[in-house]
Design a protein around this ligand. Structure first.
Ligand code: NAD
Length: 260
């Protein structure tokens, strides 16, 4: 018996990183999974590797018509959707005073509008299925500040707010809505060297551990699979009385500062 037997879960940003690990784990736990992304080749390849019970759809989360098309494809393939992971996201580094409005709006459009459109489009479909779960991907910068990521942090704070309101509004439809708030996770977003074939992955991993050893009480960067485990907990039968909450997964980074 899998923890998600009989479930159909749509996961955005599933071509790589945390979304990919969520798709693989959810499928292993019995769910049928709809992988959505703009990286079509990679997304198709992951869905093919997962095999039966997985499909890939092209979905730019900032585009409402593409959400409707993706939902129609998912329902056509699996008959329903009863889980959504709003995972797709982008990051830009800039001081607030140096950030062009266009850059700010690009990040808002993907991270914040994408999560809004996901909830707006998919919640009624989950309701039709008799209820289910939504997990939004915020960040630990959704709960605290970090220099040089003002645009990103603003959208992640917005996702925490959206999560709370959606939980209030959707509880009557038996839909639970929670947010994951990862610290630094070893994916191409936090470690772009993963995408560079000339970089030695082990050396880079050791360098990251050294860096995070200074920042994070647990002394290391997080793994995408660890976030997938949290998303599984929030989507599955072990969290049935939990809704409207942000869950920090950061190796203790937000716990406070050490003075000695
Ligand atoms: P990643 O860059 O490896 O994955 C992000 C995925 O989102 C990619 O597959 C990308 O193609 C997809 N994507 C980007 N724009 C899209 C769009 N418009 N429509 C659909 N898909 C789109 O990074 P990740 O770490 O796996 O990121 C997953 C989520 O976790 C993001 O929301 C990110 O903000 C959040 N997060 C990451 C970290 C970290 O340290 N890696 C920390 C906190 C939160």
């Amino acid at each position: 018996m899998g923890k998600l037997d009989g479930r159909v879960v749509l996961i955005t940003g599933a071509a790589r990183g945390q979304g990919e690990q969520e798709a693989r784990l959810f499928a292993a736990e019995g769910a049928q999974v709809v992988l959505a992304d703009v990286l079509d080749e990679q997304g198709e390849a992951v869905a093919k590797e997962i095999g039966d019970g997985a499909i890939y759809v092209h979905l730019d989360v900032s585009q409402e018509d593409q959400w409707q098309a993706a939902v129609a494809t998912a329902k056509g393939a699996f008959g329903k959707i009863d889980g959504l992971i709003n995972n797709a996201g982008i990051l830009r580094f800039n001081a607030i005073v140096d950030t062009p409005l266009e850059e700010f709006m690009t990040v808002v459009q993907v991270n914040q509008v994408g999560a809004f459109l996901g909830i707006k489009t998919v919640a009624p479909v989950i309701g039709e299925a008799g209820g289910g779960t939504i997990v939004n991907t915020a960040s630990y910068t959704g709960l605290t500040g970090m220099g040089a990521v003002g645009t990103y942090a603003a959208t992640k704070h917005a996702i925490v707010g959206l999560t709370r309101v959606a939980a209030l509004e959707l509880a009557g439809m038996k839909i639970r809505v929670n947010a994951v708030c990862p610290g630094s996770i070893d994916t191409p977003m936090a470690n772009p060297s993963q995408l560079d074939p000339d970089v030695d992955a082990e050396e880079m991993s050791a360098a990251l551990d050294e860096l995070y050893g200074k920042l994070v009480p647990m002394g290391r960067i997080g793994k995408a699979r660890e976030v997938a485990d949290l998303a599984l907990f929030l989507s599955g039968p072990d969290s049935t009385y939990i809704t409207g909450q942000p869950f920090v997964i950061d190796g203790g980074w937000l716990a406070g500062v050490s003075v000695i």
